[in-house]
Write a protein that binds this ligand. Sequence first.
Ligand code: N2P
Length: 385
Amino acid sequence: MKEKNKKSRIEELVATFEAGKLTRRDFIKKATALGLSMAGALTIADRFFSKTRQAYAAQVDRSKLSKELNIYNWSDYIAEDTIPNFEKEFGVKVNYDTYEDNEAMLAKLQSGATGYDIVVPTGYMIEIMLIQGLLAPIDHDIIPNLKGVSDELRDPPYDPGRKHSVPWQWGTTGFAYNSKKVSGKIDSWKLLWDPQYKGKITLLDDMRSAISVALKYRGYSLNSTSKSELMEAKKMLMEQKPLLKAYISAPVKSLLISGEVWLSQLWVGDTLMAKDENNDIEYCIPKEGCEIWDDNLAIPKTAPHKYTAQVWMNYCLRPEVSAGVSNFVHYATPVEAAKKLIDKSDLNNPGIYPPPEVMKRLEFQKDVGEATRLYDQIWTELKAA
Ligand code: N2P
């Protein structure tokens, strides 16, 4: 290769790397292949990271940081180093508490819990919390990384203009199954009503999600507000109840791993976390369709540390932080530049990033308004049965 040509190819490579389109490792590999010395490649990479760090530091007014930050998140929904790295960089101690479903988080806030600075509601729950005046507005000047959010998540219907929330992760709610135990065609919610799997089946311990299985199986919207459709769903779920081991959410992973349950309505990431421990576990998006959701970071109106909460939001939207979470929990990142840092096996998994033909079968939950009472009633009866 001519010297001049080589130089411009290296310059091009550096520009690509600085635009966030290459990982550090790939940059070094490609740069040395083009003839740059290892020391030279490392210097360029480190110069870039120190520039990024300086830019990050300039975004934060340290005098406004609180000593602590109280986060309330779904269980198993963060990487191991997300919090320690934040604590180290900002000198803020994070107190971390977890919940299993949106309704539990809402009930906690409604019952007057006032300490939380960050909660992680799904889109439809943001809608509900906004109507109830439970969320504080956010200041986009403190969260410049919002610019990096993928187009589809930039202006969601539940929070137009993202005045109260930033995206955290998104995913689908199909079912997990044990490929050694469940046989035949595996493509339908029907399997969760098959008597041969009695005692080995679970649904999520989550009102809207559990009821959605019957609605979808019957071909209805999971946002149905029709009394007759909901009564039909209830009847089916009542019939299914004797086959169920339990309504159970994140903790079902250990039952799947041990082989105690074989068929579980479950979120894609939790399924793949279980698969990390037991390779017989697979994930299915049923042909009748299922739920797609996006979860968000939001700040309760009563939060004591609102500035620091927004610094946390901005931190979580850094490509490397968001990719770190996604690679650990196997959910999808909402940050466009993070996609280059996602493990290839996850990026190519249609359960995590569904292709357009699968997307057509997916439906977001919405606030069902008045009908919530009906869902509540059905859920109470199902749990008591
Ligand atoms: C918890 C992740 C699930 C979130 N592990 C579903 N909205």
